[in-house]
Design a protein around this ligand. Sequence first.
Ligand SMILES: Cc1ncc(COP(=O)(O)O)c(C=O)c1O
Length: 369
Amino acid sequence: MTKNYGPEYVRAIAPYQAGKPIAEVAREFGLDEASIVKLASNENPFGVPESAVQAMTAAATDLGRYPDANGFELKAALSKRYDVPADWITLGNGSNDILEIAAHAFVERGQSIVYAQYSFAVYALATQGVGARHIVVPAQAYGHDLPAMLAAITDDTRLVFIANPNNPTGTFIPAAEIQAFLDKVPANVVVVLDEAYNEFLAEENQFESAEWVKKYPNLLVSRTFSKAYGLAGLRVGFGIAQPALTDLMNRIRQPFNVNSMAQAAAIAALNDKDFLKRSAANNAAGYQQFIEAFKQLGLEYVPSYGNFVLVKVGDDPAAGSRVNLSLLKQGVIVRPVGNYGLPEWLRISIGLPQENAVLIAALTKALAE
Ligand SMILES: Cc1ncc(COP(=O)(O)O)c(C=O)c1O
C-alpha cells in the first residue's frame, strides 16, 4: 500500500499552472521557436533593461560568494525611493516569496485567510500551504468587493490578500476605498496589498501606498521587479511594512533568498526611469490596440489596469480551451483561466505592437473556425 506522505492540506494543493514556455510549444506543435509570440505571463515585452544587463555583468565576477543576506544596497535604494527606513523592507525571491512568507509568518494552521474570488492564484496556494482556512469572497464586477471582504473577516482571520490591480481580471480599487477598508480592519489582521502591476497605472490612479504603511501597522505592501521593470526571470520582489511585521518576515525567509545578480539588476532597474516610462507607454498603447480589436470582434472584456486583458472568447465552458488550442497551433501563447473558474475567458498579456497584431490576427482566425 502506498503511504500518504505529508499533511492532508499539502496533498490537497492543486499546483500552480504557469504559462507554457516557448520551447515546449515549439516542440509540441512542430513550430519554429523564433516565430512564436508569448503573451501568457504578463512579462515585459521589452525584456531586460540594458542598465540591468550591465549591472549583472559586473556582478557576475563575484558569484563565488554568497549574496548579501541583508540586501543592504538594494534596500538602501528602495528606502530612498519609497521614503521608508531600510529595516521596513523585506526582499523576496519574486513578490510570490513575499506572499508566501507573509502566510507563514502571520498565520497558524486552522486560522483563516480572506481573499477575493478571481484574485491571484497564489493566495489560495499560500493559504493551503500553511493549512489555513480559505474565506473566498465573491467578486463584484470581476474585482474585489472590499465591504464584503471586511464583513467576511472572522475572529480567527489573520491575513487578507488584496491584489491591486488584480490578476487575472485587471480590475483596480481606488485609493479611497482601500483606505476606508484599512480604517475598519481589526488591528490583529495583516492586510497584504499586492501591487505587482502598480507601475502600469496611469498617473491619475497612482497613490503612494508606502506612505500608508506609516499609518497602518498591520499593512504590508508587496511590489515586484518582474513586470514593469522587466526582471521576471531573476525573481526579485519586496515588501514594505513596519518593523513588527518585517521582523517576523525576516525570521521566516531564507537568508539568501535574493541572489547577487538579482540584487544588482534590481538597483539598476529601479534607477532606470526611462525604461519604466517606455514600458508604461508601450503598455497603454497596446491596451488600446487590444480593446479596439476586441470591440471590432464583438468580444466582451474586463477593462484592465495591468499589462494584460481578460477577454471572453465564447459562451460555452469549452470556449477558452478551444480558442487557446487554435492560438497555440498558430504559434501564439496566451493564458487560459479555467482554473480561476473563468473557462469562457482568456488572459492576454500586452506585448510589442507587432506581437499584439499577430495575436489579433490569430484570434480573429480562431473565432472564425
Ligand atoms: C497579482 C500578482 N502578484 C504577485 C505576482 C508574483 O510575481 P513575482 O513573484 O514574479 O513578483 C504576480 C505574478 O503574476 C501577480 O500577478
